[in-house]
Design a protein around this ligand. Sequence first.
Ligand code: GAL
Length: 316
Amino acid sequence: MESPKTIVPGTVWYDTDGNPINAHGGGIMYHDGVYYWYGEYKGDSTYYRDDICVGWRAEAGGVSCYSSTDLENWKFEGVVLLSEPDDVHSDLHPSQIIERPKVIYNDKTKKFVMWMHIDDPNYEKAHTGIAVSDSPTGLFTYLGSFKPNGGDSRDQTIFKDDDGRAYHIYSSEWNKTLYIGLLNNDYTQHTGVYTRNFIDQYREAPAVFKHKGKYYIISSGCTGWDSNTAQCAVADSMLGEWKVIGNPCIGEDAEKTYYAQSTYVLPIGGKKGLIIAMFDRWNKTDLDDSRYVWLPLTFRDGKPVIEWKDEWVLAE
Ligand code: GAL
């Protein structure tokens, strides 16, 4: 099967071996001319558990990685953080939650550092987990998980700024409040410097980017696998203060984020200044068949705008 030459949001996307891409809740790292897409490698059977709050579950298969030089043809690099099926006590046992992995490169230590949401099946543990590797394609070594700044950490992302500082952005306080914490120089710990943002506003699925010196967070509301209305906020510094500027999505189904949920924003730059907003369209009864929705993000009147497109050409 040939990979699509255009981006067709919401259809099945295949890797260069012809298999559906399995990298959910993912993020992209650009390194030495190559894009690396990391995501949740979901088990292929979805089951319902009425004893857990979220209900629909697929086995956590670790973190997958795909590489590409053109963002169209994706080569499967394998599962780069392996699950641990033989250890029922491990954070990485397939019965547990491994979600929203993101990877950044540390120029000083020369390590690739992965942060992810680690949880028990009932989402009560609320930890963040960290893994490191000498190579973007792994294997990553798991360092463990903890509650950053003493609080919950569920939906999350990592942002590396131009000055080399990196931040962990995570839903805390039972998802009520989004915390932003400055990481230490090797990106494997928090410094203890953090801010509480969008207090009591239940923001999840943070996706962060910088544009013309300003910082933006796109996030979702808090309705599990079901879609809701996205929100964008802007700040002069990653640690805030953040000003809410509304739903970046426009047009039909904008209030449902086109039946998808934010996961990452990738500024490509180049002549056209392309910025790609990346979402997951969860299929809760068949989770590994959840689809990817990537759309161009543009600016109108100084605000980010995302519009649905049935298909679009990356080179646009
Ligand atoms: C969403 C979250 C997803 C996943 C899901 C489970 O709110 O953004 O990453 O955890 O809940 O229901």
